[in-house]
Design a protein around this ligand. Structure first.
Ligand SMILES: *[C@@H]1O[C@H](CO)[C@@H](O)[C@H](O)[C@H]1NC(C)=O
Ligand SMILES: *[C@@H]1O[C@H](CO)[C@@H](O)[C@H](O)[C@H]1NC(C)=O
Length: 491
């Protein structure tokens, strides 16, 4: 009797698991088809250009015209096993001339998309040409940014002269998150100068006092290397600064501790000063301007739940799990509560501690039921919530995160797909007309489709135990594996 029951329950487990693998496989296959659909359109109309405008089928060169979509999509092609596309891409990459462009190189974007894309594809496939092109790019376009009196990087570099452009305003996320790629480049080449340049910036930041411990304003002056405004956010303009503090610590095998301290202090301040609970119990990260706390946030901040969960597991700080979870649920809520299932770019809310007497009744009702109000109703094919769902799935093993990611994918399929790709839209609140805008960001290939694909793939595919992802979702190989993925995935 006992053994029979045991067998039955064992076979039940086996059956359930088979089903879950099968359905995950079908979903991964659907995401792969989406990539192929978009790549076919890009290849037909815009090959070699940075982006395709997927409605008019015109081309766009917003990233120096070196073919950003190719560099961004390269590692995704490797992961999805799209060999023909990969081989054609490598031929393009081989021929790119980094000294040729009609616009200056934006140091940060070139670093995360072009350098990041080359390094991760090299980590996944070890094609020597990729590392050679990475070194060439770093020498010609990225390292010259540091050719300033205080060795802090200029925002732009003239690619023909190899000189940094003048311009005194620099942005926290842009100068404060160059180090991860440069560390990996040093690890792969054995030349420490790249990581020295990158980490030196962080040392300098750590010496600058901040009004809120660990949280820095978005805009700085290059010459004086001081903040020139008081606006603090975790959103665009600042986001990857916080993200890379932890990831650099991990990539450097836990040996770099200054940036870990900076991350811990920043996270502590996020909990104390930015965390805000809405009238219906959601939790978002607000912003600070002078002495005011602004109750506004956006999709770009939704990388943070995943970053927190990664830190909680790697550093064994279980107390961060609740904070990560409440932010994850609330980020996903902005998708789930939208009529189209697509999240707005930004939203605002009333904190539950605020006096609501002065607010109109209908606004109060919205706040009590939905908890937030969309401000910018655009959706730019962004990956951040899917990215965090990827961390949550891989680190908890819970299927609910796959199901949530699938809902996101379905909404993108339904509302963003065009005949030749996927487009940014302007109104996620209108199911009759989302207002397609005719632009397909290169990060759609690098990030959105990669994270969605990996959520439905074998958890050992690009395991978080073996790779750390840059802010453009390019995975860099860790010299020594760590243990952060769910134990249930281990055989
Ligand atoms: C790259 O472009 C620059 C600027 O147009 C040009 O001077 C140089 O000869 C090119 N290099 C190659 C290898 O074609
Ligand atoms: C969304 O649409 C509903 C119904 O048309 C409208 O009441 C609401 O104000 C809209 N919200 C935003 C943020 O546009």
């Amino acid at each position: 009797m006992y053994s029979q029951r045991l067998i039955t329950s064992l076979s039940l487990v086996a059956l359930t698991c088979l089903q879950c693998v099968a359905s995950a496989d079908t979903r991964a296959e659907a995401v792969r088809s989406a990539f192929q659909h978009a790549w076919k359109g890009y290849s037909a109309y815009a090959y070699g250009h940075d982006e395709l405008a997927p409605i008019s089928n015109k081309v766009s060169d917003s990233r120096n015209g070196w073919g950003a979509s190719i560099f961004d999509g390269l590692d995704t092609m490797i992961i999805m096993g799209l060999d023909d596309d990969y081989n054609r891409a490598v031929e393009h990459i081989r021929a790119v001339n980094w000294s040729k462009s009609s616009t200056p190189s934006k140091t940060f974007e070139t670093n995360i998309r072009y350098l990041g894309g080359l390094l991760s594809a090299y980590d996944l496939k070890q094609d020597q040409i990729l590392l050679d092109k990475a070194v060439e790019l770093a020498e010609k376009v990225i390292m010259p940014a540091f050719d300033t009196p205080n060795r802090m990087p200029a925002a732009y570099v003239d690619v023909e002269t190899g000189k940094p452009l003048e311009g005194n305003v620099i942005v926290l996320a842009e100068f404060g998150s160059l180090q991860l790629e440069l560390v990996r480049l040093s690890q792969l080449t054995g030349n420490e100068k790249y990581q020295d340049a990158g980490n030196h910036i962080l040392e300098k930041i750590s010496e600058v006092p901040s009004q809120v411990p660990g949280l820095y304003p978005m805009l700085w002056e290059l010459d004086t290397f001081t903040a020139e405004s008081s606006y603090i956010t975790i959103s665009g303009g600042s986001d990857s600064y916080y993200e890379y503090l932890l990831k650099t610590h991990i990539l450097m095998e836990g040996k770099e501790t200054l940036q870990l301290d900076m991350w811990n202090t920043a996270v502590d301040s996020m909990q104390k000063h930015l965390r805000s609970e809405t009238l219906n119990g959601r939790v978002f990260l607000g912003e600070i301007e002078q002495d005011f706390k602004l109750m506004q946030s956006g999709e770009l901040v939704c990388f943070m739940p995943g970053n927190l969960l990664l830190g909680a597991a790697y550093l064994n700080k279980k107390e961060l799990n609740v904070f990560a979870q409440e932010l994850m649920d609330s980020c996903y809520g902005t998708w789930a509560d939208s009529p189209t299932g697509l999240a707005p770019e930004t939203w605002s809310w009333i904190d539950k501690a605020q006096n609501t007497a002065e607010y109109p009744e209908d606004l109060k009702q919205t706040m009590l039921t939905k908890g937030f109000l969309a401000q910018d109703t655009g959706y730019d094919l962004r990956p951040e919530t899917a990215e965090s769902l990827f961390y949550f799935y891989r680190m908890t093993g819970e299927k609910q995160y796959q199901d949530k990611a699938w809902k996101i994918f379905e909404a993108i399929e339904k509302y963003c797909k065009t005949e030749s790709g996927y487009t940014r839209v302007s109104d996620i609140n209108n199911t009759n007309d989302v207002g397609p805008l005719d632009f397909e960001e290169s990060y759609f290939f690098a990030e959105t489709l990669k994270y969605l694909y990996l959520i439905f793939s074998d958890p050992q595919t690009v395991s978080l135990d073996e790779y750390v992802f840059n802010t453009e979702a390019h995975p860099f190989k860790l010299k020594t594996p760590i243990q952060v993925q769910a134990k249930t995935f281990e055989n």
